[in-house]
Write a protein that binds this ligand. Structure first.
Ligand code: SAH
Length: 255
């Protein structure tokens, strides 16, 4: 009988190929099989040139491979004795169903490890000049899904009263299609209409774009700018700091 292999749930970082950890690169170099997402930079696959490479990506509404099949494939490849890397955009445990994959592996008795990655919120904040927390402006940050699932109304499960009431920074992932609802709910639940908002798409890549606006104008501003996914929405007083902190030049160290 073959010995069971191992699955590494690896964070690929937000897009730029050099925003990945050394541990993640070591995993890729050892991999027999790599299952990768559409958000993971494909250049990273060069580090696993000899491995079997399987695209299991999903883009909104178009699921290349159902989650259950991804789970089974991870299990099956590891049971066959392989070192399997599941390469996921950003950090594996921030959205993107990394938790579901880990739970499946536990239930199946497959050894696994999680390798953290730079999540989109941190990356977008850094490359637009928005510290997500600041002693005088925001004592915390929430990472929130802005996605409405077809089966379950996840947005309705959001505690808008809590989010609207505080003054902490809010970061919405997968929220572009629901930006009108997000902004109007926040205003309805207590955030000032002129609260600063940054909408950032494809952070850290050559396609990066951003719109700086306010809650009341965000939906129109984003429509005019025709931003496309992947996009993050950052809400809160810290957004004003980008006027001083926006990178003055393309200072990507890896370039
Ligand atoms: N695990 C990932 C998030 C997966 S959910 C992470 O930690 O970053 C996918 C959502 O992440 C996208 O809809 C978008 O909201 C956000 N996202 C991922 N990469 C991004 C990028 N480079 N720029 C802006 N948003 C990004």
């Amino acid at each position: 009988m073959t010995n069971t292999g191992i699955v590494y749930l690896v964070g690929a970082g937000p897009g730029a190929a050099d925003l990945i950890t050394l541990r993640a690169l070591n995993c890729l170099k050892q991999a027999d099989v790599v299952l990768y997402d559409h958000l993971a930079n494909e250049q990273l696959l060069d580090h696993a040139a000899a491995a079997e490479q399987i695209y299991v990506g999903k883009s909104c509404g178009r699921h290349t491979m159902p989650q259950q099949e991804i789970n089974s494939l991870l299990e099956q490849k590891a049971r066959a004795g392989n070192t399997v890397v599941r390469l996921k955009g950003g950090d594996p445990y921030i959205f993107g169903r990394g938790g579901e994959e880990a739970l499946h592996l536990v239930a199946a008795g497959i050894p696994f490890e999680v390798v953290p990655g730079v999540t989109a919120a941190c990356a977008a904040a850094a490359c637009t000049g928005i510290p997500l927390t600041h002693r005088a402006l925001s004592s915390g940050v929430s990472l929130i899904t802005g996605h409405v699932s077809k089966n379950r109304d996840e947005l309705s499960a959001i505690d808008w009263r809590e989010l609207g009431g505080g003054n902490t920074t809010l970061v919405f992932y997968m929220g572009l299609g629901n930006i009108t609802t997000i902004c109007s709910q926040l205003i309805a639940h207590g955030r000032a209409a002129d609260t600063p908002v940054a909408v950032i798409s494809s952070a850290t890549t050559a396609a990066q774009r951003q719109v700086i606006t306010t809650l009341e104008h965000a939906a129109n501003a984003v429509r005019r700018a025709a931003l496309s996914a992947p996009t993050l929405i950052i809400v809160g007083a810290v957004v004003v700091l980008q006027a001083q902190l926006a990178p003055q030049r393309n200072n990507r160290c890896g370039d």
